[in-house]
Write a protein that binds this ligand. Structure first.
Ligand SMILES: [Zn+2]
Length: 351
């Protein structure tokens, strides 16, 4: 009999239990975010799907609860769209003045080393400022041949996600005091425009912490803000419990702090494009040769069919996707299709 075998089985069982615990707590933390409110009723379905899809394929290694989260987004790409951030890094060499803009990179949040948050150099810094400095300090060498000077890199984002995610990386050897020192730096409100350069209106750059996936040893838990309070009391109680129970915050979910969800109302009549947006799906473009469309002589009219040169889905599908893309681009959380009989009547008379 092989004496190692039962031990290996126990290890596998333990690893699987750890993975299931992490998965449960990620899902629980997501349900506390407004954009997932409508998915809560389907929890058992998502849960079973993810459990089958992930737990066996992706055994959870040390410190990789964030990897598990990324695997969830890979399995459910629609969810990913709430978290995605498009980041551009720009660098100007202060020796030879050569500037370089790196290609846009998509990510689902920031990963920060937990120990760097508690460095003494950051005493009296706000959380968002510490994060900004940590990111800026990731220097990159100048690309000009023969220069190679290490330069600071400016970070910009082109979009504001619905959920801004920060993952902390721990070594698992921290003392309770060190965990406490890191946790006490965290903030429940952040302004993303402090961390990144972004052109957005500053009413929309503020985010509020709504839930955290935490770990103590091999167990995971969720610390959430529900009904205007943290489940274990005020924020100070959350920080204290990190000390007394050695709880490490692993993934922090911040949601956009717009007071109420923004709603885009769409009349449900397909005829009503009154003063709105006309979108050519597949019309006869020859017609536009005979006129000066919109009074702009040097621009051509095109269509989705011409631009994509592929077989298109039904008009309803395109209509719905166009509206949801526009809603997303303008940071609306909710799209409501309104039945307005007067609109339908007027446009039908005109037909
Ligand atoms: Zn240079």
């Amino acid at each position: 009999m092989d004496p190692d075998r039962p031990v290996m089985q126990n290890d596998a069982g333990k690893r699987n239990a750890t993975c299931v615990s992490a998965l449960n707590m990620i899902i629980k933390s997501l349900w506390d975010i407004s954009v997932f409110a409508s998915s809560r009723d389907d929890e058992p379905v998502f849960h079973e799907f993810l459990l089958n899809d992930l737990s066996l394929k992706h055994p959870l290694e040390a410190n990789s609860v964030f990897d598990l989260f990324l695997n969830i987004l890979e399995a459910l790409p629609n969810w990913g769209s709430y978290f995605e951030v498009y980041e551009v890094a720009k660098k100007i060499c202060n020796r030879c003045k050569m500037d370089l803009e790196y290609p846009t990179e998509r990510s689902f949040g920031l990963i920060i080393n937990a120990s760097s948050l508690r460095e003494s150099a950051f005493k009296d810094f706000t959380f968002e400022n510490i994060v900004k400095v940590i990111k800026m300090n990731l220097k990159m060498p100048c690309d000009k041949e023969g220069c190679g000077k290490q330069n600071y890199v400016q970070r910009m984002i082109n979009n504001l996600p619905s959920v801004f995610t920060i993952a902390l990386e721990w070594t698992k050897n921290e003392t309770a005091g060190e965990i406490y020192d890191t946790a006490s730096v965290l903030a429940t409100e952040i302004d993303v425009s402090v961390i990144y350069q972004c052109e957005a209106d500053n009413r929309y750059t503020k985010f509020r912490l709504v839930s955290m996936v935490c770990s103590d040893g091999d167990r995971y838990n969720c610390v959430a803000y529900e009904n205007n309070r943290w489940v274990i009391g005020d924020w100070d109680s959350v920080v204290s419990i990190c000390l007394t129970q050695s709880i490490r915050p692993q993934i922090l979910f911040f949601e956009s702090d717009m007071r109420s969800p923004r709603t885009l109302e769409i009349p449900s009549s397909p005829f009503s494009t009154c003063n709105g947006l006309a979108f050519n799906i597949n019309p006869d473009l020859n017609y536009f040769e005979q006129i000066v469309p919109y009074g702009i002589p040097d621009k051509q009219v095109t269509s989705l069919r011409r631009e994509t040169d592929t077989l298109l889905p039904s008009e309803e599908v395109i209509h719905e996707q166009l509206v949801s893309c526009l809603a997303k681009a303008f940071s609306y959380d909710l799209v409501v299709w309104k039945e307005d009989p007067s609109v339908i009547l007027v446009t039908q008379d005109n037909e």
